[in-house]
Design a binder for this molecule. Structure first.
Ligand code: AMP
Ligand code: ZN
Length: 135
């Protein structure tokens, strides 16, 4: 399914031109227009799923393979020294385009990319509550 109001649907399906690094039946991988680092790319499924919770498992598995394939080429080809794979879900998590996508972000020593958080402390209450979810 496509969403007529979704820019990533249009890009993924070639209706809007993009700097495409890779394409197959299910995905298009493009360069991010506002890259965090040299080589920052986005894996876009051609079908519209808003987030991780909507995308089917078989497609997600395929996306992981694309991440490895394209990520390896970026990592080696650009001489990166690290690599982040990032996938945001929901506004509080930093998602701004509500069409599932995976960020591939090559990292270089001394770059200005910020994928970090302040370390907290696991409380007894939280640990128990969360463990109980998986019982
Ligand atoms: P997120 O914040 O995880 O939803 O990521 C959205 C990403 O899409 C950001 O890194 C934007 O720079 C990027 N972006 C938004 N519009 C375009 C576009 N038309 N072409 C390429 N990248 C885009
Ligand atoms: Zn879409």
């Amino acid at each position: 399914m496509k969403d007529d109001n979704c820019i990533f649907c249009k890009i993924a399906n070639g209706e809007i031109p993009s700097a495409t690094l890779y394409e197959d039946d299910d995905f298009r991988v493009i360069l991010d227009l506002n890259p965090a680092s040299k080589g920052h790319a986005l894996i876009l499924p051609k079908e519209h799923y808003a987030n991780l919770f909507e995308i089917p498992e078989d497609l997600l598995s395929k996306a992981a393979v694309v991440a490895k394939k394209v990520g390896t080429k970026l990592y080696k080809g650009l001489g990166a020294e690290g690599f982040n794979v990032v996938q945001n879900n929901g506004e509080p998590a930093g998602q701004t385009v509500f069409h599932f996508h995976i960020h591939l972000i090559p990292r270089y020593k001394g770059d200005t990319v910020n994928v970090s958080w302040k370390q907290g402390k696991l409380t007894d209450g939280d640990r128990q509550e969360i463990l109980d979810l998986f019982k």
